[in-house]
Design a protein around this ligand. Structure first.
Ligand SMILES: [Zn+2]
Length: 422
């Protein structure tokens, strides 16, 4: 993503606070301050985290442990390092001062953030720590460098959608950037689902985008195939990132806490009537043709459309994960399995993209196809296979594929066996 950062010396700004945050700060105001520079190691903090109660999620203040901190004043340590209103040097280096956090200590040695910025720092540190550990569990522990660089109150010029109430991962500086938040909803920087979504983008960038080195010049020559492939990859990146957000929070509507206006279309609920529905290659191709006729920036024209590609993929993965939960397999184990397969899928995307001739495109059913192959390392039972088949069959050439029982009792999708011609 291209953007411009301008560095300002503006005073640390506390955005509009939601009720939860406000109550906490009021309660904290009477306790004495501590010497935060000397506080390090594993530290207990009280922050708002998403928790499950029955079928619904909500944000609740909880005491959690930040591990391997070198300094609570800057909330820096093994997992995260913060920059306040950072700038970019040589297009790649994030520069700026560390924000200074304020906490008060309770009798039982728990630190409570005393302003919104400190709360964001502690919350981000905690989630990046968990997401790093999850990466390690699924075999991607060496993809991201530690600590993750995080910009807060980042000033982004030139784009209305990017300059407020947003967050993004920037591959060039390898940093997660949060821009000023000015709505009355939950700040994006404490929304665990959105943090997990952005964290996934860092994995996708390093595994896929960096390796295939998407040639921007191809797209600017207004050729349809490169723009199609770019659009499919952008879409799949968003969809998989939303799956990561759900897998981390268990919250199918994690976006609505911060951006209620955007949540509807991306809610990870798969109605029966939507099974097997997705933006197929023909749909994407014609949208890309329209984008090319739209004027100067076809990629920007497609910025909302990419979620229409991504969301059906995210819903499919979430449903598949839930179908894998049984007496023997917990939800956490199913998530590890599916997320591990997603990583294998990313590697397959790299191979596939590199092998493409300039006139070829990535099939839009690539993820469904991959999950039903041996390469995914997932062993599908009959209903999981048939669920996946409903997507594959949308490709006319594969309308007669079927789920075939293997010798080990699992199912794989196979093309129809043609009778030999006599
Ligand atoms: Zn995204």
């Amino acid at each position: 993503m291209n953007f411009k950062i301008t560095n300002t010396n503006a005073a640390q700004k506390i955005g509009h606070l939601n009720k939860l945050v406000l109550v906490l700060f009021f309660a904290a105001a009477c306790s004495p301050k501590s010497k935060l520079n000397d506080v390090n190691g594993d530290v207990q903090v009280k922050i708002p985290v998403s928790s499950q109660s029955g079928d619904s999620s909500k944000y609740q203040l909880s005491v959690v442990t930040l591990k391997s901190l070198s300094n609570l004043k800057e909330v820096t340590g093994q997992f995260a390092q913060f920059f306040f209103a950072p700038g970019l040097e040589n297009q790649t280096q994030l520069v700026g001062d560390s924000p200074q956090a304020r906490f008060v200590r309770t009798k039982d040695n728990t630190y409570i953030p005393a302003d919104s910025l400190s709360q964001q720092m502690a919350t981000l540190y905690y989630h990046i720590q968990n997401l790093s550990e999850f990466s390690k569990t699924i075999g991607a522990g060496d993809i991201n460098k530690q600590p993750m660089k995080i910009g807060l109150e980042t000033k982004v010029g030139g784009s209305q959608t990017l300059e407020k109430n947003n967050a993004f991962y920037d591959g060039q500086s390898d940093a997660m950037l949060f821009v000023p938040f000015s709505s009355s909803e939950l700040p994006i920087a404490v929304n665990s689902g959105i943090i997990a979504h952005e964290y996934f983008h860092s994995l996708f960038y390093k595994i896929v985008l960096k390796s295939i080195n998407v040639a921007k010049s191809d797209v600017s020559t207004q050729k349809i195939q490169p723009l199609y492939n770019e659009t499919y990859l952008r879409g799949i990146n968003e969809g998989l990132a939303d799956f990561w957000g759900w897998a981390y929070t268990n919250d199918e509507d994690f976006i609505h806490w911060s951006l209620s206006a955007y949540s509807g279309n991306r809610k990870l609920v798969l109605e029966n009537s939507m099974i097997g529905q997705f933006e197929n290659s023909e749909n994407i191709f014609s949208k890309v043709q329209v984008a090319l006729l739209s004027g100067s920036s076809p990629s920007e024209y497609l910025s909302e459309y990419i979620y229409k590609i991504g969301t059906p993929n995210a819903r499919y993965l979430k449903q598949l994960t839930m179908m894998m939960v049984s007496g023997d397999v917990t939800s956490a184990q199913a998530k590890v399995q599916v997320a591990g397969s997603v990583l294998l899928f990313l590697n397959s995307l790299v191979d596939k993209t590199k092998a493409l001739a300039t006139t070829e495109i990535l099939p839009a059913e690539s993820l469904f196809d991959f999950m039903s192959s041996e390469n995914s390392k997932i062993k599908l039972n009959k209903s999981q296979c048939e669920f996946t088949l409903s997507y594959i069959q949308k490709n006319e050439l594969r309308a007669t594929d079927s789920c075939v029982k293997q010798t080990d009792g699992t199912f794989q999708i196979k093309p129809e066996i043609k009778e030999p011609i006599q």
